[in-house]
Design a protein around this ligand. Structure first.
Ligand SMILES: *Cc1c(COP(=O)(O)O)cnc(C)c1O
Length: 362
C-alpha cells in the first residue's frame, strides 16, 4: 500500500542533508525550520497563518479549543473517518454528533448534517475523506446559514483544491496530519493548523505550547503539541515533491477509473473538479469484500479497509447522538469498502497488475 524505500534517491539524499542541518544547529523544537515550514505550508494552502503542531488529531482539538468550542457545545462530524477526528472533538470537551454519509463518495451528507443541528451546535468538522473535496459551496452556505464554524479535517487531502482554493483555506480552520502514510508525511508524527484568522492563529500558537504567551507566563491552560525541527526540516524537503507525487496519484486513479470493469466491484464518484481530489486512498466497494481481498492477496496485491468499523460502533462512542434517521449508509460502506494500492511509487506495470487482478475476480 506504500513503498517509501522506492522513493527517489535525490529526495532521500536531501532529507539526510536536512537532518544533518538540524543536528548541527543544536536547536530541536519550535525553531527556524518550523518557522520556515509554517511559512511555506501557509503559502501552499493560501492561508495567512500556519501553526506546526504534534499531529493531525491535535490540530483538530486546537482548532476547537481556539474557538472556545468545548463543554456544552456540539460538533457535527462523520462516523466514516479515522477515530482521531471524533476523539479530537471529545478531547476538546465538546460533544460529537454523527451524521450519515453519501454512499456515492463516502463523504458526510449535508442533508444528514442538517438533521443533526441543534441549539448547541457550534461547528461541523468536514473530513475530505480519501483526499476528495466535494460540494464546497453547499458546506459553506450550510455553515453560514446555521451560524457555525466549518473546520476542515485535511489529514487525507493535502493541497486538494476547490475553485483554486486549497483544502483548509475555505473553512475557519484546516487541520493537517503529516503522519508518514499521508500524502505529505514526516518521518514520524507531525501536524499543522492553517487559518485565515489572526486571533485563532495567535491563540493556537499559544495553546500548543502549554498556553504560554511569553516564557513562564501562562494566561491559559494549553497542551504540549509542538512540531519539532527535525520533522519540519524533513517536511520542507518532502514538500518539494508533493506536486509530482499528487499528479502521479491522479494518473493512477484515472487509470483505475477507466480500466476497472467488474460488475462485482463498485467505484466511488468521480472527482467534481480536476484538482478537487488528491487520491490519498483509492477505494472500491464489493459486497463480497473478504473474498475480493483474499483474491487480490493471492495475486500479490495488498489491500486495507478504510474503515471497517464506523465510529459509532466503537465502544466509547456507542451512545453518541446521531442522525435521527440512523447511519445506514455509513454502515453499508464500512461493510463493503476496500482500499487498493494507489501511491506515487507504483509503476505503470504495478497499476496494470492491480487492474488485471481486480477485473479477474469472480
Ligand atoms: C490520519 C488522520 C487523522 C489523525 O492524524 P494524526 O496525525 O494521526 O493524529 C485525523 N483525521 C483523518 C481523516 C485522518 O486520516
Amino acid at each position: 500500500m506504500n513503498d517509501f524505500k522506492a522513493e527517489p534517491p535525490e529526495l532521500h539524499a536531501a532529507m539526510s542533508a536536512a537532518a544533518a542541518r538540524v543536528f548541527a544547529s543544536g536547536w530541536y523544537v519550535l525553531g527556524n525550520e518550523v518557522k520556515a515550514f509554517e511559512q511555506r505550508w501557509a503559502a501552499a494552502c493560501g492561508t495567512r497563518h500556519c501553526a506546526g503542531v504534534a499531529n493531525g488529531m491535535d490540530a483538530i482539538e486546537l482548532a476547537l479549543r481556539g474557538l472556545d468550542i468545548g463543554p456544552g457545545s456540539e460538533v457535527v462530524t462523520t462516523p466514516m473517518t479515522a477515530f482521531a477526528t471524533v476523539l479530537a472533538v471529545l478531547r476538546a470537551g465538546a460533544t460529537p454528533v454523527l451524521a450519515d454519509i453519501d454512499p456515492e463518495s463516502g463523504l458526510m451528507s449535508p442533508d444528514s448534517v442538517r438533521r443533526c443541528l441543534s441549539e448547541r451546535t457550534r461547528a461541523v468538522v468536514l473530513v475530505h475523506l480519501y483526499g476528495q473535496m466535494r460540494d464546497m459551496p453547499a458546506w459553506l452556505s450550510l455553515c453560514r446559514e446555521a451560524g457555525i464554524h466549518l473546520i476542515e479535517d485535511c489529514a487525507q487531502s493535502h493541497l486538494a483544491q476547490w475553485d483554486g482554493q486549497a483544502a483548509g483555506s475555505l473553512g475557519t480552520a484546516g487541520a493537517y496530519s503529516f503522519y508518514p502514510t499521508k500524502n505529505l508525511g514526516a518521518i514520524g508524527d507531525g501536524g499543522a493548523l492553517v487559518t485565515q484568522s489572526d486571533p485563532l492563529a495567535a491563540r493556537v500558537a499559544r495553546l500548543r505550547n502549554y498556553g504560554q504567551s511569553e516564557r513562564y507566563v501562562h494566561p491559559e491552560l494549553g497542551m504540549n503539541s509542538r512540531l519539532d525541527e527535525l520533522q519540519a526540516a524533513l517536511l520542507l524537503e518532502r514538500l518539494q515533491w508533493l506536486d509530482r507525487f499528487t499528479e502521479r496519484r491522479r494518473t493512477i486513479a484515472a487509470r483505475y477509473d477507466a480500466a476497472i470493469d467488474n460488475p462485482r466491484v463498485g467505484l466511488l464518484a468521480r472527482p467534481q473538479q480536476p484538482k478537487s481530489h488528491v487520491h490519498h486512498l483509492y477505494v472500491v466497494t464489493c459486497t463480497a469484500r473478504a473474498q475480493l481481498a483474499e483474491h487480490l492477496a493471492a495475486h500479490g496485491v495488498q489491500t486495507l479497509i478504510h474503515y471497517p468499523v464506523p465510529v459509532h460502533r466503537q465502544a466509547p462512542c456507542a451512545e453518541l447522538r446521531r442522525d435521527p434517521l440512523g447511519l445506514p449508509h455509513a454502515e453499508a460502506h464500512a461493510a463493503a469498502c476496500l482500499s487498493i494500492p494507489c501511491h506515487p511509487q507504483m509503476s505503470d506495470a504495478d497499476v496494470a497488475r492491480v487492474v488485471e487482478a481486480v477485473n479477474a475476480f469472480r
